[in-house]
Write a protein that binds this ligand. Sequence first.
Ligand code: HEM
Length: 405
Amino acid sequence: MATMSPTILSLYRLLDPEVLADPYPLYRQLRDEAPVYWDPYLHVWVVTRHRDVVEVLRRFSAQRVPSAEKLGELGLAHLSPIARLMAEQMLFLDPPQHTRVRALVAAAFTPRRVEALRDHIQEVADTLVDAVSRQGGMDVMPDFAHRLPAIVMTRTLGTPAADYPRLKAWSEAFSDMLGAIQHNPGVAAGLLTRLEDMTSYFRAAVRQQATGPATGLVAEIAAAEVDGDSLSEDEAVVNLILTMVGAYETTSHLIGSGLLTLLRTPTELDRLRADPDLMPSAVDEMLRYESPIQYTARLALADTEFRGEHIAPGQAVLALIGAANRDPDQFPDPDRVDITRRDNHHLAFGWANHFCLGAVLARAESAIALSTLIRRLPEIGLSAEPVRWRSNPAFRGPASLTVAF
Ligand code: HEM
């Protein structure tokens, strides 16, 4: 993309690799100069202050997947199969439909299930470090950060571990489409070609696990019952896909950018090494400082007054989680990394009724991953190669992160 002048306030500037590598000056400018503004290039409202992002996530509708008619009007009818699938995922539903589906999935995906995965996560982290420990260096993203959540996810779902590269490729294709801020026919086509495979895979897993002695999330979600109600097969399939997509990239990115942040702030790394019990609060600071999901969207269903602006029905609002998490009105000295930060009410897992359903698993995986890396590779340090960020402005994380040890 041609570099856009820094005087133009638009999120479109995130397509400039330099801005993408460090979006925080742009976010600061937005928070200070135009905290609620209509983006002239993206045709959406953009909201950047912490209290406003909270308010948007509370007040606006999550039901933002365009209908088949709307897609037709936009000349995007070929995307209807993707839209149909997303429209049934809980992330895009409002109450009461959302409450019902979420309760059923949450009944299957409990904190106890995560507790039972801890030893497995540790085993995977150790195996991945064993594989590289004599090499003297690695690219953390392909060698470690992408693999760990992918392997753990197959165990969580109860699907064969050997399937993890496929699940990961599907998840990447899905998130590429979700994160795009411009229409990108190539990305949509990439997902369309995989859609059939992905849904068939989960449909077969649901049917197979329903009849076998399975213990994974696929079986549990398909069998979950609340007050005599259960999910249809289609609902189970699309929400399993959501769980998979929600779990992979985000957790990989948190491990990668969390490690990067620690290596760039050696005083905090030393504090953590001296007191490993600080890891839970360190993980939350990593979530705040480099939020893996930088923004999400909501829709106005009716005329809405918001901080003096008029938002019309049908207009979308982008809630900039990444900007809210650096808001000085909420976080003293927001650009400083402080692994013991108090009252760290970051929005990295969202807010209100769509608060991340996998937060307990994400925190456990990242804490085990980061502890294992810094304990088992005591000499770990950044190599001279510059960090490359993933070119997806919504899903923030390193594309490549080379370290020596
Ligand atoms: C560091 C890792 C993660 C981050 C930063 C993250 C972030 C988020 C955010 C911001 C939302 C809310 C989006 C919105 O309101 O529009 C969300 C929702 C969700 N996440 Fe996560 N997530 C992570 C890991 C996971 C994992 C590991 C899973 C599953 C195993 C998961 C499953 C979900 C699901 C199912 C939802 C939808 C909840 C609903 O709509 O009620 N996430 N996540």
